[in-house]
Design a protein around this ligand. Structure first.
Ligand code: URA
Length: 422
């Protein structure tokens, strides 16, 4: 077997066997297959796709490329988001679900992009520890029902190396490669129930509903192959989620969601995801689960669980620093907000220092943008549109205003939930 024959076979759009895929992944990991050879194969896969069988085989090979986590705890439930601007759902969601007796042992990333990943965001809470031994991780899940740490080194090493190459070869958007990448990591972390928030829109990994449905069905099929329950929620990412964009600001918004004081769209999404996770874990209908979820927001139990979780990971919830410098940007126009470009707002948050483009860049957890209004709202001239929290780096009024489109006609609020595939 050799890589040139494998590339040639894919070029002719012939199916690769499991042995050929394993040969490729193993030898790429050990350095025998070079980046340029792997890039050639990934490009062919991006152009021609993979069959369902090839995708399932690839997932299995990636999953077994490193260690898998077995905490010995039954019926663990996990959540994954493909990431979007202002997406702080995990921080509100996991204590909420844990407050209903659902067990969560979550691994999250730092992530590259407009703002940090969940791990960065949580580090905006003074003292919050995002790494711990496996023993402590397990003990905390058993004691309080949830724990969250950064991804472990030796979990799915094949994905780490292949993803880094996809990132620089324009092959991130291949549906089978995304499915095998996400599912190998979720399967390696050992959960029985997996809910995936698949973002669709201008600020997201996939831009159309059709592509998202294809990706979701594939991930559900892969999960079924491992006897896991998988639900994939397709959600809109054309405007930022909620109002806060920036690490500490997003943690504060997540806390507000748990206190029942969050923005409507982000709160609805947290409730929907929590209902799905709870219904899968407790084997009850989604409607029953939703009643329980809303009850635990209203009676304060979800927030109490957040306090226990933060304390268990040594954080001080009363100390979440935000930048001292504030600038309010007002509207130069009057009308209904038709569009707030999520991607462009994300880039501005990164310009303020809230995100990073390469993994060694340091981010400023205290800066970001808080939107006063969302799509569909009516705005008068000179009304505040957003508040910028900044330190050394700034953005201009024009830069922010260029993310908005206005209309004189009434604009409907966008539907956040596009589809559910399970
Ligand atoms: N997120 C992942 O984990 N993998 C992908 O391939 C794309 C998004």
């Amino acid at each position: 077997m050799n890589i040139l024959d494998i590339i040639d076979k894919k070029e002719k759009n012939e199916k690769l066997t499991k042995e050929e895929l394993k040969y490729t992944v193993d030898n790429y990991l050990n350095g025998t297959i070079k980046d340029y050879q792997m890039a050639a194969l990934l490009t062919e896969i991006d152009l021609l796709g993979l069959s369902e069988e090839e995708t399932i085989n690839l997932t299995d090979i990636m999953l077994l490329s490193g260690k898998t986590l077995d905490l010995g705890i039954d019926n663990l439930t996990d959540k994954h988001s493909t990431g979007g601007v202002g997406d702080k759902t995990t921080i509100a969601l996991i204590p909420l679900v844990a407050s209903l007796g659902v067990k969560i042992a979550k691994m999250s990333g730092r992530g590259l992009g407009h703002t940090g990943g969940t791990i960065d965001k949580l580090e905006a809470i003074e003292g919050f520890k995002t790494s711990m031994s496996i023993e402590k991780f397990k003990e905390q899940v058993n004691n309080i029902g949830l724990a969250l740490v950064g991804s472990m080194e030796n979990l799915v090493p094949a994905d780490k190396k292949i993803y880094a190459l996809r990132d620089v070869t324009g092959t991130v958007d291949s549906i089978p490669l995304i499915a095998s990448s996400i599912m190998s990591k979720k399967l390696a972390s050992g959960a029985s129930n997996i809910v995936i928030d698949l973002k669709v829109g201008s600020g997201a990994l996939v831009n159309t509903k059709k592509e998202a449905q294809e990706l979701a069905s594939l991930m559900v099929t892969i999960g079924k192959n491992y006897h896991k329950k998988v639900a994939c929620l397709l959600t809109n990412m054309d405007e930022p989620l909620g109002c806060a964009i920036g690490n500490a600001l997003e943690v504060i918004e997540a806390i507000n969601i748990l206190k029942g004081k969050g923005p409507e769209d982000a709160t609805n999404l947290v409730i929907k995801l929590a209902s799905l996770m709870t219904s899968m874990a407790l084997n009850i209908s989604e409607e029953e689960a939703k009643i329980k979820v809303e009850e635990n927001i209203n009676n304060g139990k979800a927030y109490e669980k957040m306090l226990k979780w933060v304390k268990a990971q040594e954080g001080n919830i009363n100390n979440i620093q935000i930048a001292k410098n504030k600038k309010i940007i007002t509207s130069k126009k009057e009308g209904y907000i038709k569009k707030i470009n999520a991607l462009e707002i994300g880039k501005l948050a990164r310009k303020l220092g809230a995100g990073r483009l390469n993994k060694d860049e340091k981010i400023d957890l205290t800066v970001g943008i808080v939107l006063n209004h969302k799509v569909g709202d009516y705005i008068k001239q000179n009304e505040p549109l957003a508040t910028i929290y900044y330190n050394q780096k700034q953005i201009s009024d024009e830069e922010l205003l260029s993310c908005y489109e206005f209309s004189q006609e009434k604009v409907k609020k966008p539907h956040l939930i596009i589809d559910l595939i399970k």
